[in-house]
Design a protein around this ligand. Structure first.
Ligand code: SAM
Ligand code: SF4
Length: 468
């Protein structure tokens, strides 16, 4: 466990002073930014801070890359194909940069924390002017000032894991917000790059988290999702504080209607947390509980620190305590050495649990992780076949799971719409994460609406609004 530390208030003030100076200097130019985010919710959350800083500097959001003066890619490196995609994206901006030499192209995020990738990118793309890793995000004003002075700037691989509080934020959604509770990860699952690029696990002070939620609810936010790589281990590095206590305390905040959290690690989901889910009115009845594999031998090789039986027992306990709870999961197929029998154990677990949805992945070797060095790598063709078998089973289970909702009436929070067919189809989620589509007016966006589920179409639930 590392000593938790904070970026000093003086340093944050210094960065904000640079942002304000740039704001004055750039005041006569109408500057636009475009931020493209890859990967998980942590990156989405980081992009909100980046956008907050850019707005403070005086930039405004551009609807597309073509009109932007500052284009930033916030990258992910959890799986391999992300790097190829990023390189393609950056390569395609060369013409835009030639047409508009003042355009700043920047790349940040987990991938830039990998020294060799950052170096490769700088060498290959002279039109990229700024590169930085997630732990130096608070220095964006200073880094951008340096680029504006004509210096190509790269700040990566800094072993600085101090927490930065009090940075400006720019969140899109007026009702729903992500709030970080931990950064980094200590688990070192053998396939995973996250602990190497995001550093050791650090919990935010509970008082900082609660006051952030309070100020969000005061501004009209009613749904909060607490974020961490392993939310259940929140507070292990604090003198007092645990995830269950955080849920209990956050639940009391006036104006909060839905409290969500992700990701939960099965090894740390304690009885206290189960009780907190069952007993707190605002805590949603949904747990994203990545199982990764149904085989004990593979779970051991993955260093997941639970068995299939323990995972199933946790599911049972949660279902007993919270009967309408829904589970989603992450699964990897084709981990090194995975036999056909072991893959069948994953299928049987998926069949047994009945997840509402699963995010399924073919194992992707990540340089520097133990699994990438294992000698018994599985051929891509086998991974692909296993992935499609798993997806076929999960689709069947999703339909089965959805079928029980036909006839159900519940409140959902509208989060999007599609009007391409001429008719506006809204969608939103029940508190337990079930998504329903229904025809309605666009002005219901971000509203809570009572809906009755009428039918199942393909894998989706179709409903109607009950009261205007
Ligand atoms: N912290 C979360 C947990 O422990 O479940 C997950 C974080 S990770 C960014 C999201 C998912 O990506 C993992 O649950 C895993 O299924 C998948 N993943 C991570 N590394 C992978 C790899 N090398 N190959 C394929 N999938 C991977
Ligand atoms: Fe990666 Fe495992 Fe940490 Fe999740 S718990 S981020 S899978 S090392």
């Amino acid at each position: 466990m590392i000593e938790r530390s904070y970026i000093s208030q003086e340093e944050i003030n210094r960065q904000m002073a640079v942002a304000d100076r740039l704001n004055t200097e750039l005041a006569d130019r109408c500057l636009l930014y475009y931020v493209e985010t890859f990967g998980c919710q942590m990156n989405v959350r980081d992009s909100e801070t980046i956008r907050g800083i850019l707005e403070r500097i005086g930039y405004h959001e551009s609807p597309d890359k073509e009109h932007a003066d500052f284009i930033l890619f916030n990258t992910c490196c959890v799986r391999e194909h992300a790097e190829k995609r990023l390189m393609g994206n950056i390569g395609s901006l060369k013409d835009l940069k030639d047409e508009k030499p003042s355009l700043i192209i920047a790349v940040c995020g987990c991938m830039m924390q990998q020294k060799d990738v950052a170096k490769r990118l700088l060498r290959r793309f002279p039109h990229v002017s700024l590169i930085f890793g997630p732990n130096v995000l608070f220095r964006l004003p200073e880094m951008l000032a340096s680029v504006l002075e004509g210096h190509r700037t790269a700040v990566t691989s800094e072993e600085n894991y101090a927490i930065a509080e009090g940075l400006p934020q720019f969140r899109d959604n007026p009702r729903s917000a992500f709030v970080n509770i931990t950064f980094g990860c200590n688990n070192f699952c053998t396939y995973c790059i996250v602990p190497y690029v995001r550093g050791p696990e650090r919990s935010r002070e509970m008082s900082d988290i609660l006051s952030e939620i309070e100020s969000l609810t005061l501004s009209g936010v009613t749904e909060i999702t607490l974020l961490g790589q392993n939310v259940n281990s929140y507070g292990k590095d604090l003198p007092e504080g645990s995830f269950s206590r955080l849920l209990n305390e956050a639940n009391k905040i006036p104006g909060l209607k839905r409290l969500r959290f992700m990701t939960s690690h099965p090894k740390d989901l304690s009885d206290d947390v189960i009780r907190a889910i069952a007993e707190n009115d605002q805590v949603c009845h949904h747990v994203h509980l990545p199982v990764q594999s149904g085989s004990n031998a593979i779970l051991k090789k993955m260093n997941r620190k639970y068995t299939r039986e323990q995972y199933l027992e946790t599911i049972c306990k949660l279902r007993k305590a919270v009967p309408d709870i829904e589970f989603t999961t992450d699964i990897i197929v084709g981990f090194p050495g995975e036999t056909e029998e072991q893959f069948q154990e994953t299928l049987s677990l998926v069949d047994e649990v009945g997840f509402a949805a699963a995010f399924t992945f073919a194992y992707s070797p990540r340089a520097g992780t133990p699994a990438a060095k294992m000698s018994d790598q599985i051929p891509e063709s086998v991974k692909k076949r296993r992935l499609s078998e798993l997806n076929a089973l999960q689709s069947k289970k999703t339909v089965e799971n959805n079928a029980k909702y036909v006839g159900v009436e519940d409140v959902l929070l509208v989060e999007g719409y599609d009007d391409r067919s001429g008719e506006t189809i809204l969608h939103g989620k029940f508190q337990n994460f079930k998504m329903v589509y229904f025809p309605g007016k666009k002005d219901l966006m971000n509203q809570y609406v009572l809906v009755r589920v009428l039918s199942l179409k393909n894998n989706s639930l179709i409903g109607e609004q009950i009261n205007e």
